[in-house]
Design a protein around this ligand. Sequence first.
Ligand code: SAM
Length: 302
Amino acid sequence: MDFKQRLTAWLDRIPAVAQGGGASWWLKLHAWLMRRSWNRLHDGWGLGAISFLESTDGEWNEQEFRLVGERFVARMLERFHAYGDGRLAGASVLEIGCGTGRFLGPLAAHFGSVTGVDVSDAMLATAQRRLAGIGNIRYLQNNGQDLRVVGDGTLDYVICAGVLQHITVRAVIVGYLREGLRVLRPGGLFLFQFMGNRGRATTTNVLVGAQIRARDLDDGLRDLPFRIRELSRDPVDRNATFVVVLEKLPPGGEASVAERSFVTQEVRWLPWLDGVYDGIGTQTLNQKRAPDEPLADTTFFD
Ligand SMILES: C[S@@+](CC[C@H](N)C(=O)[O-])C[C@H]1O[C@@H](n2cnc3c(N)ncnc32)[C@H](O)[C@@H]1O
């Protein structure tokens, strides 16, 4: 056996990684690294691994952590009401990279059923502990690459926020977007958020994800039925955070090039971060940014 075969055999002994099935040794290694890194971050920083603190000796106030989660979920619901039928009570939602459940708890108050997927078993265990007693949430550990633990067309909504900016392999990012569309029923909505100011080269720093470009999304999603309902930035957000909402179309449903191209899509200015940290005493990196700091340059349209 050569080195790659030995490495693959070793990785395949880890159940969550082995679920990757036919994935290459490189993707398996990536999944293992992701899982190990996020488990370590979880163990070392607690809730600070979810929303980064200004200093390593800081700590999140649990009530404030929950409030920030509720405020972000309110932003998501604004979108779902604007682009969907607004009937959430009987609907299902899945979060990719749910972490310690900052969004799962508030989502469970609005949706019929909530599924949290994460590569890190430590994160999922804390989410389950924090949200113990809420009956309509299920927790699934995945292989860090896809949503094979979920069937096709089974969900009404998918969300992914605070995650893609940490994934270092662009193919995995695009793969998750394809997977989000796969698990949605026709008419379902997929909201995702990412940082549009990543450097030009893919980096191996586990916290700094690969650059996401409009043309990669156009290429990677070309064969799938969807239309873009929103591509936006928040005028008060100094980070170049983008929010995207996709609507899955029925089989054979056709969107015009203008409706499905990220390259030509108009970027709207809509609230996302605005107000979320108002009155929050916990010192986070997000809050540290001065309101008069210039907006970060975006590399999304490179
Ligand atoms: C910064 S936390 C955000 C958690 C949650 N979305 C929130 O905003 O409260 C990032 C989460 O994504 C998870 N994650 C990172 N890479 C992943 C991957 N490739 N597949 C699945 N989950 C991943 C991490 O384990 C971590 O729980």
